[in-house]
Ligand binder design. Structure first.
Ligand code: SF4
Ligand code: SF4
Length: 342
């Protein structure tokens, strides 16, 4: 899915924000005409039928209702996914909140990070979305594990409130990929214990963890740890396994089937980036590309392909996962300065 960044303004200051190059610096907004141009670019060649609306906090965009109506009324779009913290959700018109095309991924921080008042407002707005607008099946929570002692217990009451069956998880990568001298695999080893605890706690509650692009490389888990996690899943087999093939579990629990691929975010000034992690290195202008497919091929050719030939840890050198482009050893940002990005 490609995303349109409608505003660089955000009401929160998440400690791990991956859009730090833009958010709340000298915040820009997209004009409504440029929004139409960006939407045409995303949906125009028929390879996409959904679009992500992102920020900053997209509900703070001056023209958010106009923009959402444009997406909802566009026959080419099946879904619009709003990436929101849901604190200012009441800014959306009721008919947008009711529209089955609207889906949300809610970036869910702890009350310590976002403040008690904002947390309670988020929770209240989500309960309204579920109970008053029929949105119970149209949103999921997204959680960023950003430190080894990350306390995720604030999620439990929310899981009870909303009966989710899945949660999106990401291992945050520090700004500019700066690991303070650590190697990426060391960083992931530090994040492993909290990640394992979280996966087990989610599985025990009947919630499937789904890793986003930033996940722990497979070699970081020992075979005992893998077995233990898969056994945790097996205990829940009856409620979980319906309709899921075996590979689903490896993808869900370990995220092992796919490497990351170009996301494509369109900035308010109609420049594009491959993804926020690589925003500093991959800016292009949509006017230089005839279609989103052409732009995607450009990123695959100039970023993804060279990245697969570079490694940050000796262990990756002869690893079949790297050779088969199934693991990049963590976020490409860790080797961005060595990729000959054109
Ligand atoms: S490519 Fe590197 S990080 Fe990925 S599984 Fe292989 S050794 Fe581990
Ligand atoms: S390079 Fe890959 S892992 Fe890193 S932010 Fe971009 S899509 Fe995610």
């Amino acid at each position: 899915m490609a995303n349109i960044m409608v505003t660089e303004v955000c009401n929160l200051h998440c400690p791990y924000c991956f859009a730090g190059e833009f958010v709340n610096k000298t915040p820009k907004e997209m004009t409504l005409d440029d929004f139409r141009t960006a939407l045409d670019f995303v949906l125009g060649d028929g390879t996409k039928n959904q679009v992500g609306i992102i920020g900053g906090e997209p509900t703070l965009y001056t023209y958010i209702n106009e923009a959402m109506h444009i997406v909802m009324n566009d026959r080419r779009s099946f879904y619009a996914v709003l990436f929101t913290n849901a604190v200012p959700l009441e800014r959306l018109d009721p008919e947008i909140l009711r529209n089955p095309k609207l889906h949300m991924l809610v970036n869910c921080n702890s009350p310590i990070d976002m403040g008690e008042t904002a947390f309670e407002k988020m929770r209240h707005n989500l309960l309204c979305f579920k109970n008053e607008y029929g949105g119970g099946n149209r949103f999921h929570l997204s959680v960023n594990i950003y430190k080894p002692d990350f306390d995720y217990s604030y999620l439990f009451p929310l899981l009870d409130d909303f009966s989710f069956n899945m949660i999106r998880i990401s291992i945050s990568v520090p700004q500019k990929g700066n690991l303070n001298g650590k190697m990426p695999l060391e960083y992931f080893k530090e994040m492993k214990p909290v990640t394992i605890r979280l996966i087990k706690d989610m599985l025990h509650r009947g919630v499937v963890p789904q890793f986003d692009c930033n996940f722990i490389p497979p070699c970081v888990f020992t075979s005992d740890e893998r077995e233990e996690l898969l056994n945790t899943k097996s205990k829940m087999q009856k409620s979980f396994d319906k309709g899921h093939l075996p590979w689903y579990w490896e993808q869900a629990i370990f995220c092992e089937r796919y490497n990351c691929s170009p996301v494509i975010d369109i900035l308010p000034d109609l420049r594009t980036i491959r993804c926020f992690g690589l925003s500093e290195y991959t800016k292009q202008n949509i006017n230089d590309f005839s279609s989103i497919s052409e732009l995607r091929r450009h990123y695959e050719f100039t970023v993804d392909r060279p990245a697969s030939e570079i490694w940050t840890d000796d262990a990756c050198s002869g690893c079949h996962r790297r050779q088969n482009v199934k693991c990049s050893g963590g976020c490409l940002l860790f080797k961005a300065d060595r990729i000959a990005i054109r």
